[in-house]
Design a protein around this ligand. Structure first.
Ligand code: GAR
Length: 223
């Protein structure tokens, strides 16, 4: 990628695609210097694909059951993504575990948004687990993707208070707008060439981050 050019971004979705929509809206508002080169999904019926079509973005739907193995699906998916030459791949509600060998060449160029304050609650049912643990706060994390599920270097987090009477659905719904701002803010730093992964460390303006950036309540920028 070269400085000054919009960052070429491919987005992977499995469902609703509201995070994708946040990226489309920020791009359209002229506040996020990216080009959305592809939206890909493992679900032909994903609403995220319809959002991409409506925004005039190239789409790709591949059905995992058409491939003999998980790794074969991942290899095909990533070969098809690579053909669009993205600078960055964004997992935005992509609900599959990816093959480590397929991910390896993309280290530092693939990020994920996960609905918990990682390292708490990797995997599924994060809202239920935060409530069951009696946590006072919950949140969302954006991290670089490695072969370890939800385990790669953290970029930034958004936090919300858990309120008495919260249900998993209520918590998820209240968190969602924070997720949208968090994802846009992280990609903004990458697109402006201020944030990158170097030798396993997240670097911001040339300095290793001592801990994940925190998105202040209501803020749209991290730094
Ligand atoms: C978001 O809450 C995101 O954090 C979560 O899926 C939702 C996608 O919503 N991701 C994961 O759980 C990944 N393990 P969206 O489809 O409306 O963007």
């Amino acid at each position: 990628m070269s400085a000054g050019q919009p960052l070429r971004v491919a987005v992977l979705v499995s469902g609703r695609g509201s995070n994708l929509q946040a990226l489309i809206d920020a791009r359209d508002a002229g506040t996020l210097p990216i080009e959305l080169v592809l939206v890909a999904s493992d679900k032909v019926a994903a609403q995220g694909l319809r959002r991409a079509e409506a925004a005039g973005i190239a789409t790709l739907a591949l059905a995992p059951r058409s491939y003999p193995t998980r790794a074969a699906f991942d290899r095909e998916l990533f070969a098809r993504i690579a053909a669009h030459a993205p600078d960055l791949i964004v997992l935005a509600g992509f609900m599959r575990i990816l093959d480590g060998a397929v991910l390896a060449p993309w280290q530092g160029r693939i990020i994920n948004i996960h609905p918990s304050l990682l390292p708490k609650y990797p995997g599924l049912h994060t809202h239920e687990r935060a409530l069951a643990a009696g946590d006072a706060e919950h949140g969302s994390s954006v991290h670089f993707v490695t072969a370890e599920l939800d385990g790669g270097p953290l970029i930034a987090q958004a936090r919300i208070a858990i309120e008495s009477g919260d249900t998993p659905d209520a918590l998820a719904q209240r968190l969602l707008p924070h997720e949208h701002r968090l994802l846009v803010a992280c990609i903004d730093l990458i697109a402006r060439r201020r944030l990158a992964l170097r030798e396993g460390r997240v670097m911001l303006d040339g300095q290793a981050l001592p801990h994940p950036l925190q998105l202040a309540a209501g803020a749209t920028r991290l730094a």
